[in-house]
Ligand binder design. Structure first.
Ligand SMILES: CC(C)(COP(=O)(O)OP(=O)(O)OC[C@H]1O[C@@H](n2cnc3c(N)ncnc32)[C@H](O)[C@@H]1OP(=O)(O)O)[C@@H](O)C(=O)NCCC(=O)NCCS
Length: 197
């Protein structure tokens, strides 16, 4: 299994202190090499994706063990149907993931599907990979339902990130012992252009 320690040196080398212009150019170069696949078609990456999700959200999700996150992930491997998971690689090394879930908020069973579990390895952040993954998953959701689903939703505590990607803040909603923010992306007008595959 590849780990993030095996990210090639030339890729790591892109991430030193750079001017914005250099960073943008290298970000674009990185995105051209990004290969996004359905995790169902490359199951060898499941352990890596599970480890990322467990580290990031295992406790928050209320899971006790890594195997609990693996259980969820292995039941999120739809092809052409929800739920589904995508993994992105650079030179065959996994660097990011995102999923489309049927529900990510117990209080909103009336909404489906949801964009969830967006993750980019720390070494590769701020080069547009997160945005590319959001757009890839949004495009996949649109392709899966030309007329319905009407919109994709997500929950986040982040302010600003999804707005910049064209998502609309809907409202706050209860999540366990706190409140979270619901965002919506209407699919009808989403200008989908596949990054990969
Ligand atoms: C959030 C995440 C996916 C972004 O990935 P990324 O590849 O760095 O995203 P992009 O390159 O498309 O965008 C980066 C920009 O987003 C913005 N951004 C990052 N975190 C943000 C936040 N919490 N709020 C608002 N904007 C944010 C920054 O302005 C950053 O720009 P900068 O490089 O000039 O600082 C990544 O940081 C990550 O995996 N975090 C841990 C898991 C997580 O929080 N997932 C999202 C759950 S809603």
């Amino acid at each position: 299994m590849k780990t993030l320690h095996e990210v090639p040196a030339d890729v790591i080398g892109l991430f030193g202190q750079k001017s914005d212009a250099v960073r943008q150019e290298r970000g674009a170069a990185t995105l051209r090499r990004l290969h996004v696949q359905n995790l169902a078609d490359c199951e060898k990456h499941i352990p890596t994706v599970v480890q990322w999700l467990w580290n990031e959200w295992g406790a928050e999700d209320g899971y006790r063990y890594l195997s609990d996150t693996e259980y969820r992930t292995r039941h999120c491997l739809g092809r052409g149907k929800f739920p589904m998971t995508f993994v992105a690689t650079l030179d065959a090394v996994p660097v990011a993931t995102v999923s489309l879930w049927t529900c990510d908020l117990q209080a909103r069973q009336d909404l489906s599907p949801w964009l969830a579990a967006l993750y980019v390895v720390p070494e590769m952040r701020s080069y547009g990979i997160g945005a590319a993954m959001v757009n890839h998953a949004t495009g996949a959701a649109k392709m899966l339902g030309a007329n319905s689903p009407y919109a994709l939703h997500l929950i986040t505590d982040r302010v600003g990130y999804y707005e910049a990607l064209g998502w609309e803040f809907v409202e706050e909603a209860p999540l366990r012992d706190r409140y979270t923010r619901i965002y919506r992306r209407v699919l009808r007008d989403f200008p989908y252009r596949s990054l990969a595959d």
